[in-house]
Design a protein around this ligand. Structure first.
Ligand code: ZN
Ligand code: ZN
Ligand code: FE
Length: 759
């Protein structure tokens, strides 16, 4: 008896070696039939022994190639057709269009082995790749994913490469970027003036230059990096000065886990993530003392570290470095440079030399950043290696574009049960980033074939993303409140629908009452939210200036806690106050001039940090809060503060917290202890809010979202405490808890609102 089965497989199954894998699998099991690419993925028919067919389908899941993602399999049985053989069917161009493209993946071990083999024809070839590795997303201009639709189109394969490409049994079968010394891209080294460095092995020369303290702009997979020897204090110092990046930590790249262990602690889970084909930057705890320049991550307990992910990185790194600084090739706040000419223009004031290549990058894609906390991988920046893998959602969605927030912008395109979160776009505050934002939307729309019918946007009327959304024609436009989007994003990631108690704790988001929110307790489901509580409001003297200068926040909080008596407090913060300016600020607060009010939790962290003398001004977002967390010591205590109810809302007070900190300061308590008590207090107050809401509303599910939950201590302690009290706690993992996750929430909320309206 023979059987014939047909399967339609959905997922990332094109250009990742899926067809040869199926071909070999079918052959091995003696099955006839075919495999063909389709618009959704692949179609497979197999015919033969029923037991072999069953085994065949099981093996697909267990043995599939590393880059393949199977999202959905639909199977049916048909009358036998008596296939004589199993074949890979050539697909027609139209029928081949697939909406799912693989992310860029790090060079695989097989390719590295060949690259390091003097007998191999690709010995030391910096663009070696195969079906299981190499660039994908960043080189695609359009779909279907075929060589002529990628930036490899300008290189025609030599005879040997072509043979590999066409042979289903070769590990380079349909590897679109396949290339070699004879036919593929090459690197070239230039001085910053644009004069080529010739007559040397350019990669060895680049290594030598790095060793002698020069700064190199190196073209990578998703953009340029600025590189310097991380153990060279002067080189790193120079890079910082030129890049105009005062204190923000710089990313490192080391040749191996062993080398990383010379300067940072690496637990097993972290080692696994570092070595995964996605190769993100992982935040690791510093080992002290260490050989890395103190300029790499000043006043920070962690290093952001990655392993080499392109063949070129491997060639450079294996030259005796402990670590290179590999920071994104941009001037602070601008998008990362991707194009050779653009890089020369923008980076010539920073880099001494340029190591470029002639394979174009179509789409910029920064390095992803993750950390492990509570035994879970937490995405901080979801970009290279992860995008454009869809995030599966429970609800069926209309074709939707969500424009994301203002800071750390990502966009989200959604359709059906897939939500595609874009790579990191950046802060939408200049025209360069706006251009990157529009380009990302256009590109994703094209390669995912999603023409949005719905556009979701933030409520802030002045955001560039909001203006972009409102300018679109012929679509339904739906505004989504920032913190509702945070909570919805957490619900979507965890595939729950609500209602939940959502704690959305962050720096800034536009509230529905026109004030600035940022420490919100919501009861939310996807289509609706109710603001049931928030932090006590505080003045934000000078608006943006108060965000850049946490000392203004500390002053504002002190003023609310002590009135004008604050000037009599014998604490260092008050002694060091610029008196004239401080009085001016109090006048501003009193007369409500340029002083919006905010219920932000992030600002309270800023204020506390400034009060402890940790930081008066910040040079990057979240810096004061990070340093407050880093300062933390061991203590069980907390400050006497409790939730109060005002007009039906649960208010988390800051006045008693500030008073507690001041009284500790007066008694000379160590600031590490104070920081710990501050954190403990928040954990207790957040827990109290949840308990009260459980009593009032019978809700036991809590979703935690917002940038404040990047604070590892706060997240772990709160998750632990709530867990012990019997709450079901939902947190972020693969979607960032910061504003990088907002667009996902916007997409779901907009769809839920429309569903509701149409009922
Ligand atoms: Zn490979
Ligand atoms: Zn070739
Ligand atoms: Fe936010």
């Amino acid at each position: 008896m023979i059987q014939r089965a047909k399967a339609t497989i959905n997922g990332i199954v094109q250009g990742v070696g899926f067809r040869p894998f199926i071909y070999q699998l079918a052959k091995r099991r003696g099955l006839g039939g075919y495999i063909a690419n389709t618009s959704a993925g692949v179609d497979i028919e197999v015919e033969g022994d029923p037991g072999e067919i069953e085994g065949f389908f099981q093996e697909i899941h267990l043995q599939k190639p590393p880059l393949a993602r199977v999202l959905h399999v639909e199977r049916q049985f048909l009358p036998p057709q008596h296939y004589r053989d199993f074949i890979i069917r050539k697909s027609l161009i139209r029928a081949q269009r697939s909406t799912l493209v693989s992310p860029d993946m790090s060079v695989c071990d097989d390719c590295l082995r060949e690259m390091n083999d003097p007998q191999d024809r690709r010995y030391r070839y910096p663009f070696i790749n195969c079906t299981n590795c190499g660039p994908r997303y960043t080189i695609i201009r359009d779909i279907p994913y075929d060589r002529d639709k990628t930036s490899m189109a300008s290189f025609s394969m030599c005879k040997r490469c072509q043979e590999e490409y066409e042979n289903p049994l070769d590990r380079r079968f349909h590897a679109q970027p396949n290339a070699c010394w004879d036919c593929g891209p090459t690197v070239s080294l230039y001085e910053s003036s644009g004069r080529p460095v010739e007559g040397v092995d350019q990669i060895s020369e680049a290594r030598r230059l790095l060793k002698s303290g020069e700064i190199l702009a190196i073209k990578g997979l998703g953009g340029f990096h600025l590189a310097a020897d991380a153990t060279d204090e002067k080189a790193v110092q120079r890079l910082r000065e030129r890049k105009n990046r005062e204190e923000k930590p710089l990313a490192l790249m080391s040749p191996s886990i062993e080398k990383i262990r010379e300067y940072a602690y690496v637990i097993n889970q972290e080692a696994q993530i570092l070595q995964s084909p996605e190769r993100p930057i992982v935040l690791l705890r510093k080992m002290e003392p260490n050989a890395i320049s103190s300029q790499v991550a000043p006043r920070n307990c962690s290093f952001g570290v990655m392993l080499p992910y392109t063949p070129l990185h491997n060639l450079i790194l294996h030259g005796g470095f402990t670590a290179l600084v590999m920071t994104s090739g941009n001037i602070s706040e601008e998008p990362i440079a991707i194009d050779n000419e653009e890089a020369f223009q923008r980076l010539s004031g920073i880099a001494d030399y340029f190591l470029v290549h002639n394979r174009d990058i179509y789409l910029r894609n920064d390095d992803s950043v993750v950390r492990v906390s509570g035994e879970k991988m937490r995405m901080i920046r979801r970009s290279r290696g992860y995008v454009p893998v869809p995030i599966p959602v429970e609800k069926n969605m209309r074709p939707t574009l969500a424009c994301g927030p203002f800071l750390a912008n990502t966009i989200c395109l959604a359709k059906g049960r897939n939500a595609f979160l874009s790579q990191h776009v950046g802060d939408l505050e200049n025209l360069e980033t706006l251009a990157a934002f529009e380009m990302t939307i256009g590109h994703l729309k094209a390669i995912l074939e999603i023409e949005p019918e719905v556009i979701a946007y933030d409520l802030h009327p002045d955001y560039l993303s909001t203006r972009y959304a409102l300018n679109q024609k012929g679509v339904v436009k739906i505004g989504v409140q920032h913190h509702h989007a945070h909570v919805a994003s957490c619900m979507a990631e965890n595939r729950i629908s609500g209602p939940v108690v959502g704690l959305a704790m962050d720096g800034t988001g536009y509230g529905i009452d026109g004030t600035i929110w940022g420490g919100e307790t919501l009861i939310a489901d996807f289509h609706h939210f109710e603001r049931v509580g928030h932090f006590q409001k505080a003045p934000l003297p000078g608006g943006e200036a108060a965000i850049r200068e946490p000392w203004r926040m500390a002053l504002a909080y002190l003023y609310q806690a002590f009135g004008k008596d604050l000037f009599d407090l014998p604490i260092a913060f008050v002694r060091n106050l610029p008196l004239k300016k401080a009085k001016l600020i109090l006048t501003m607060i009193d007369s409500n001039v340029n002083t919006p009010h905010t219920s932000s939790c992030g600002r309270l962290f800023d204020g506390a940090a400034a009060l402890l003398g940790l930081r008066d001004r910040v040079s990057y977002r979240g810096q004061a809060a990070v340093e407050l967390e880093m300062e933390m010591g061991e203590d069980e205590g907390s400050y006497l503060a409790s939730i109060s109810e005002e007009r039906g809302e649960l208010i988390i007070p800051h006045v008693p917290i500030i008073r507690g900190i001041v009284s500790d300061l007066l008694r000379g308590v160590d600031r590490g202890i104070i920081s710990r008590r501050f954190h403990n207090t928040l954990v207790r107050l957040f827990t109290d809010v949840c308990i009260q809401l459980r009593e009032q509303r019978k809700l036991n599910r809590v979703a935690l979202s917002g940038g404040v939950f990047q604070n590892v201590f706060l997240l772990e302690a709160l998750e632990g405490t709530l867990g012990k009290m019997g709450f079901e706690v939902y947190t972020h993992g693969t979607v960032p808890t910061n504003d990088g996750g907002i667009s996902l929430g916007q997409a779901l909320v907009a769809n839920a609102v429309l569903d509701r309206q149409r009922k």
